[in-house]
Design a protein around this ligand. Structure first.
Ligand SMILES: [Zn+2]
Length: 203
């Protein structure tokens, strides 16, 4: 298992590499219980009992696939408040932990209060680099300090049906203790951002 950290501005820590394919064990639906793997192992579930997508850890092997997030590293970074780019500690001051977000200030009054974030936080050097280099952020990012960032639940593929008709019907977010979460094959941990203040990267 290669657990390396990326280099700022090169390949983000949470990005999946081409050698890191999803391992697809057989998923079954247990009526009244939720999803399970037929050959389930203890590490397939988090402490809330949510079932997670299996994916090989081969960070650095093959090509980086920038549109794809590695579930294991996303969860590790989100849980440990690590920088999504370099995998080191995210920046934290009295004003809160640093998140670099796509600037969606028009989405609702008070944005980003209450935002369900699937992107982990960032450190200052990586936030500066990402603001310049990240295609989906370039010119449209905003730095935010967050004081309250509690784990809310999981994001992943929602399954419906039973028996042979069990199938994924799309993506969903659910609170960890919501019954719906039992039917999601988790791919990313979600934190809800509150007590936010806008920051500047011109330090
Ligand atoms: Zn970093």
């Amino acid at each position: 298992m290669a657990e390396v950290t990326g280099r700022p501005g090169v390949v983000p820590y949470i990005t999946a590499w081409s050698a890191e394919r999803s391992v697809r064990p057989e998923v079954v639906g247990l009526p009244g219980v939720g999803l399970a793997y037929r050959d389930e192992l203890p590490y397939d579930r988090d402490s809330n009992g949510n079932l997670w997508t299996r994916m090989a850890f081969q960070c650095g092997c093959g090509r980086p696939e920038f549109g794809r997030v590695h579930p294991g590293r996303q969860r590790r970074a989100m849980r440990g408040l690590l920088c999504q780019v370099c995998g080191g500690p995210a920046d934290r001051t009295a004003a809160g932990v640093l998140w670099l977000l796509k600037d969606d200030r028009g989405d609702w009054p008070g944005w980003p209060e209450g935002l369900a974030a699937t992107h982990p936080p960032a450190c200052v050097p990586c936030a500066r680099a990402a603001d310049r280099l990240c295609p989906h952020l370039r010119g449209g990012s905003v730095a935010v300090r967050v004081r309250d960032f509690r784990v809310r639940g999981v994001y992943g593929a929602l399954y419906q049906g039973a028996g042979p008709s069990l199938r994924s019907t799309g993506s969903a977010i659910a609170a960890a203790d919501d019954r719906l979460a039992r039917w999601i094959l988790a791919a990313q941990m979600v934190r809800v951002l509150s007590d936010c203040s806008f920051a500047t990267l011109d330090w």
